[in-house]
Design a protein around this ligand. Structure first.
Ligand code: UD1
Length: 371
């Protein structure tokens, strides 16, 4: 199976493109509705975008609008992360609050507090976050920011904002996800001064201007791991490429505990080896490098047909067990207690009409359908 470019990298790197003064080319962009929506949002700000297969060309020379439209931002949470680059480039940004979504409330106070620490004035009224910088050159100021939680989005928003700030910004307790590192590498390719991405302390020294680049985003670790789970649940051999195996370490470790075997054939190629063994295990979702919340639903489908009991604990989002009811329609034996799902493996699932709630839950139901 060919693995696409990472959705979560693509969306945020597209927002990061707003930091460049001239143009930039992004490669390995996945063909997704969310990418189309992000293009529309960025175009609404005055940017020209040309799409050619998995390549996006941006021309930022007409970027002069600081108000992405409500109808578009409300449909795509990642669009809120554009507040960082818009504010850094134009000194003002009016961005609608992202709505809650099916997996949880998903507040943005960490993004807002960080921008305030960097000298932005922020007023939230009528569902709009109105942020602006005063002073002669309307530049954000470098600051030392401790994130109460290593939020991926807040780390990305603040890292982008800091690239053009006056002075040094230190993000403590930053998110360590590979997509944060990818965004940092993109920013470095346009001239940003960033060190420490991938650790919990990121240091950004602001520069005056960021230049053109051509950048290829990483492959999608969630897509790759989803195919590996599909291989395990169908007891078949599936090769995934390109896949960065180090990004999948937690998911692979769990697959092996469950009984699957994963071969790493080359640095970017992985394969499931049928073993006929599926046994229960416990899983707890946590920030990277621990087990990702974006793989929780798919593993629940797998554990639903694995021998014995498993406990799945979701700690990242408060409402991300909606697929339980759907898996139960297919004959799974799962009980929910708070943020724990107790899964008793059954011998087989049966086909049923089910409802897809969020993206990863939908993938889980497809995997269950395959089984
Ligand atoms: C990103 C990913 C998403 C993934 C998640 C966790 C994108 C586009 N999406 O989402 O696929 O599931 O990371 O790996 O990259 N929180 C607050 N206040 C804030 C910000 C976050 O309380 O200001 C909470 C959230 O409600 C959630 C938790 O922190 O409970 C994690 O959220 P966060 O890491 O910010 O996830 P996203 O960046 O939204």
């Amino acid at each position: 199976m060919k693995v696409s470019g990472a959705k979560n990298s693509a969306l945020v790197v597209m927002a990061g493109a707003l930091l460049c003064k001239s143009e930039c080319r992004l490669r390995n962009i996945p063909g997704l509705v969310d990418v189309d929506k992000m293009c529309q949002i960025i175009e609404a700000l005055g940017v020209k975008i040309q799409r050619n297969d998995d390549v996006l060309d941006f021309d930022m020379t007409g970027f002069n609008c600081h108000t992405p439209p409500f109808e578009l931002v409300s449909k795509l949470r990642a669009a809120f992360f554009a507040i960082g680059p818009i504010l850094a480039r134009l000194g003002v940004a009016k961005v609608p609050l992202p709505g809650g979504c099916s997996i949880g409330a998903r507040p943005v106070e960490l993004h807002v507090r960080g921008l305030q620490a960097m000298g932005a004035h922020v007023e939230i009224a009528h569902g709009i976050v109105n942020a602006y910088v005063t002073g002669v050159n309307k530049r954000l100021q470098g600051a030392k920011i401790y994130l109460d939680y290593p939020s991926v989005g807040a780390t990305e928003t603040l890292m982008m904002a800091a690239t053009l700030a006056d002075g040094e910004t230190i993000l403590e307790n930053a998110a360590k996800e590979p997509e944060v590192v990818d965004l940092a590498n993109f920013c470095i390719s346009i001239g940003a001064k960033i060190t420490g991405a991938g650790t919990d302390r990121i240091v950004i020294v602001g520069v005056q201007e960021l230049h053109a680049t051509e950048y290829s985003i990483i492959s999608d670790r969630v897509e790759a791991a989803t195919f590996l789970v599909a291989g395990a649940i169908t007891n078949s051999e599936i090769t995934v490429f390109p896949a960065i195996s180090s990004h999948l370490a937690a998911a692979v470790a769990k697959l092996e505990q469950i009984g699957a075997r994963i071969a790493i054939d080359s640095p970017d190629r992985m394969r499931t080896i049928p073993t006929g063994i599926l046994r229960g295990t416990d899983i707890e979702t946590l920030p990277y490098p621990a087990f990702p919340t974006d793989m929780q639903a798919q593993f629940m489908a797998l554990l639903a047909v694995s021998e014995g009991s498993s406990v799945i604990t979701e700690t990242v989002f408060e409402n991300r067990l909606q697929h339980v009811a759907e898996l139960k329609r297919m004959g799974a034996n799962i009980k929910v207690k708070g943020n724990h799902a107790i899964v008793e493996g059954v011998l087989a699932l049966s086909g049923a009409t089910v409802t897809a709630t969020d993206l990863r839950a939908s993938a889980a139901l497809v995997i269950a359908g395959l089984a």
